[in-house]
Design a protein around this ligand. Sequence first.
Ligand code: PEP
Length: 263
Amino acid sequence: MQSYVTIIPMNKKLIVGNWKMNPVTLDEAKKIARKIKRASDSLVSVETVICPPFPFIVSCTSKNESKFFHMGAQSVSVEVDRGPFTGEVSATMLKEIGVKYVIIGHSEQRARGESDSIVSKKVKAVLDAGLSPIICVGEASRDEAGAYLDTLKNQIKQSLADIPAKFSSDIVLAYEPIWAIGAQEAMKNEDIYESSLFVKKVFSDLFGPDAGVKVKVLYGGSVNYRNAPDIIAIGKVDGLLVGRESVNAPGFVELLKAVDLLK
Ligand code: PEP
């Protein structure tokens, strides 16, 4: 099947807003989406993705096409297309409504039973449908001896098990140390740099050095408009996965503008 995944210029930062189960009303969702879309239209070095809850995706989609503002989904079924799978939403359906990215393996989903093997099946389903998976990985805690690096490596390898190399350029990795999600502070910028390099290294072991250089690695965990520029500049990540701040329209717009200034 032909992939229609957008090729993002290497210098564009990818900023993804994971709205989680927010907001409660459709009206509120549309307002937030409108404000973010309007701001993103004037940016030059940022690609913006918002991931509203399933029922709001269509209404949050702008009628005015934009090359660098896209819709994402927060999850997807392992089943590719259609069938007797009550409660499930397929990647094909998401593509049909204009979704380009799908978050897979978020720690909140993993905590409810989404294993690496399920993640790998979802990644395959999303890629087969011509969409881009944003695969979340991250350790639950850190130790002096560095065992967390093995955890991270295994998670990446297993989440990407059986994924053909031809898809490597469509994959986005989000490094999200679990202890930094929903916390007071983000991880230290220097540690983000070290981890993002490690994630790229594991990816290059799987798909080759060229793929390792090109893959976009995002950081997620307590990002806001104040810390975002340094996380990108010092942490040297290719973008951000933002939770709480992404449904706070003024804060998220500030964040996008601050990252755009980095050029
Ligand atoms: C997340 O849930 O992916 C996340 C990064 O959340 P927050 O930004 O609120 O820490």
